[in-house]
Design a protein around this ligand. Structure first.
Ligand code: LIP
Length: 280
């Protein structure tokens, strides 16, 4: 299957198109923010969505349709995206036009344009552009992971005690006591905690070794798809710390995700999941 995919699809060409779309989208996101005219609304009363999320989503969708009219795509802003359960068998793009919207709207640098190309049930290409930092992370399945064209790999930190661990929290307050308990348990065993506000950003920082581990209970396919491939191709170990509560395709499952350098995986997993390692 893997071999036939690389025969049927030119992943390097797809990567190059995805990269140029991500760069254009990033420039547009920055320009919209600088214009000072961002409209802000809330989905389901808690989740921020700005006019830039919608505009950048439309821009990326239009570019993909123009380049690959036969491919399916869905973005965080697509209608029914939350309930969608794509099987990724046919060519499908999974996109977060702005991952880290809350920080983006407040002028932070930790936000990303996340674009993944999937086919044959797997993520094949991932691009995460961080326009405020001028950084673009890329990966193709089996082809390694890169930051601005330079090969990257996960950190060599060998113990959780010396690890920087990133995590995130859902937009609402549901389950906050459980999340806070878990955070306390992790914090008492690691060097420190980071919370960027963007899953794609955190996965890329695991990939390039700026942090050693990332976990989060409730992320979505569009948050993780590109970053997951980038982290894996950089040598990360990726898995789950609880049974799936959402019946998602494992390849793009966002429930109870853990991604770390392989050396600290078991130590962190033990804290998060007392039932032991049930990773992928
Ligand atoms: C964000 C995630 C992040 C999570 C935030 C939010 P959005 O996605 O990437 O990991 O902690 O609460 O869900 O909403 O900015 O696309």
């Amino acid at each position: 299957m893997e071999e036939s995919i690389s025969h049927e699809y030119d992943l390097d060409e797809i990567l190059s198109i995805a990269q140029s779309i991500a760069r254009e989208a990033g420039e547009r996101a920055l320009a919209l923010r600088e214009s000072g005219e961002l409209a802000q609304n809330f989905k389901e009363s808690v989740e921020l969505v700005t006019s830039a999320d919608l505009e950048v989503s439309a821009l990326i969708g239009a570019r993909i349709q123009a380049a690959f009219p036969e491919h399916a795509f869905f973005t965080e802003e697509s209608e029914g995206a939350a309930a969608a359960r794509p099987d990724l068998v046919e060519p499908t793009w999974v996109i977060d036009p702005i991952d880290g919207t809350v920080g983006y709207a407040r002028g932070h640098f930790q936000f990303c344009i996340s674009i993944a190309f999937c086919v044959g049930g797997r993520i094949q290409v991932g691009v995460v552009s961080c326009p405020a930092l001028g950084e673009v992370f890329t990966a193709t399945r089996g082809g390694g992971a890169f930051l601005n064209g330079e090969r990257i790999q996960v950190s060599g930190t060998s113990s959780l005690e010396n690890s920087l661990v990133a995590t995130g929290f859902p937009h609402g307050w549901e389950g906050i006591d459980r999340l806070a308990r878990r955070l306390g348990a992790v914090r008492s065993r690691c060097r420190d905690i980071r919370r960027s506000g963007s899953c794609a950003f955190d996965l890329c920082w695991v990939a390039c070794g700026r942090i050693d581990a990332y976990y989060e209970e409730d992320i979505k396919a569009w948050d993780l798809a590109a970053g997951k491939l980038i982290a894996l191709e950089a040598g990360a170990r990726y898995g789950f710390f609880a049974d799936d509560a959402r019946d998602e395709l494992p390849e793009i499952r966002g429930y109870a995700t853990i991604a770390t350098n392989p050396q600290v995986y078991h130590e962190l997993l033990e804290i998060l999941d007392t039932r032991g390692d049930r990773a992928s």
